[in-house]
Design a protein around this ligand. Structure first.
Ligand SMILES: O=C(O)CCC(=O)C(=O)O
Length: 322
């Protein structure tokens, strides 16, 4: 039997509590320790959430191109919005939320940083295009230890289908990897949690636990996922090549009043994973060259039109004077 954790869509409480009792924090940490996933109480105000939804939506209008911001598309069923901390104050406040920090400090220690902050719009599909997996991120070649990494997820839209799926208790059991479909049959189906809920639902999970985006996705879903781990842990080569865990891209307007702990979490001054003069090694698709040539031609045409118009203006100006 599936364990659908259905947070009612009308459960949006008006304002989050600014106070968390010690035992409340303990309870959340202990659930994360035992189950590998924990749903957080309401931590964003309706105004914060609205501003974040609005800013995120502006990146979804078109694909990023030239001087126009937009989403990135590297796969069929998701539109990716990178570096969301630049978009709105709420994204930074969420990353550094006191409750989140308290839980993470207990679970990850005091060396963790926020190493990635991105989101995506998932498009409706019946395909299990990503599949069950643990998030591989560290170099496993010489690593006896299963490293700890936690993701903080936040839904920006109400999620009824295609909710996040997680098999409780599977974290810290194996090095994270992609699983084959038949391997999932070995797990107790009653331990699968399917986390449907309203916009504003936030949860933390240990990324070594087995999880996936739920199937089917019947309506578009928008969510952000933050990634916290110790940046000193050696990364797997493919993430170095892609420069996935580049230092966070931030917006100075949102960085007022940070404590030294906040600065550490955002990676201030930490060049461990900075790659000078990085250039992604990827061949550009044929479509890109076609588009670029068409755009160049359009710019040339525009310039020619301006020159002709200027010439005509000068000619008429002269003939007026004669
Ligand atoms: O989008 C989802 O629900 C799944 C996310 C996921 O698999 C991941 O962040 O590794």
């Amino acid at each position: 039997m599936r364990n659908v954790k259905q947070i009612p869509l009308n459960s949006k409480s008006s304002s989050p509590s600014p106070f968390w009792r010690g035992e409340q924090v303990e309870g959340l940490v202990s659930e994360l320790e035992t189950e590998g996933i924990v749903v957080l109480p309401n931590i964003l105000s309706p105004d914060q959430l609205r501003a974040m939804q609005h800013a995120f939506a502006t990146r979804l209008g078109r694909m990023r191109w030239n001087n126009l911001e937009g989403y990135q598309k590297t796969e069929r069923y998701r539109h990716m919005v990178e570096d969301v901390l630049q978009l709105d104050q709420g994204f930074v406040d969420l990353a550094l939320h006191p409750l989140v920090k308290q839980i993470l400090t207990r679970y990850l220690g005091t060396n963790y940083e926020l190493t990635e902050a991105k989101g995506w719009k998932s498009l409706p599909t019946k395909r299990d295009f990503h599949g069950w997996h643990g998030d591989a991120w560290y170099d496993q070649t010489n690593a006896p230890e299963i490293q700890r990494e936690v993701k903080l997820a936040l839904y920006l839209t109400d999620v009824r289908t295609g909710a996040f799926n997680f098999i409780k208790g599977t974290h810290q059991k194996q090095h994270p990897r992609q699983l084959k479909k038949q391997e999932i049959e070995n797990y107790d189906a009653s331990r699968i949690v399917e986390l449907a809920g309203p916009a504003g639902t936030a949860f933390l999970f240990d990324t070594s636990g087995i999880h996936r985006q739920g199937v089917p996705m019947l309506e578009p879903r928008q969510a952000v996922f933050y990634n916290y781990h110790d940046p000193q842990v050696r990364l797997q080569q493919e993430d170095v090549d892609y420069y996935r865990y580049h230092p966070l891209l931030l917006n100075a307007a949102f960085l007022g009043g940070l404590s030294s702990e906040d600065q550490r979490i955002l990676g201030f001054g930490n060049k461990t994973n900075f790659q000078p003069a990085f250039e992604r090694q990827a061949s550009t698709p044929v479509g890109f060259h076609v588009l670029q040539s068409a755009f160049d031609a359009q710019l040339r045409l525009r310039q020619l039109r301006h020159r002709i118009a200027r010439g005509l203006r000068q000619t008429f100006h002269l003939s007026d004077k004669l």
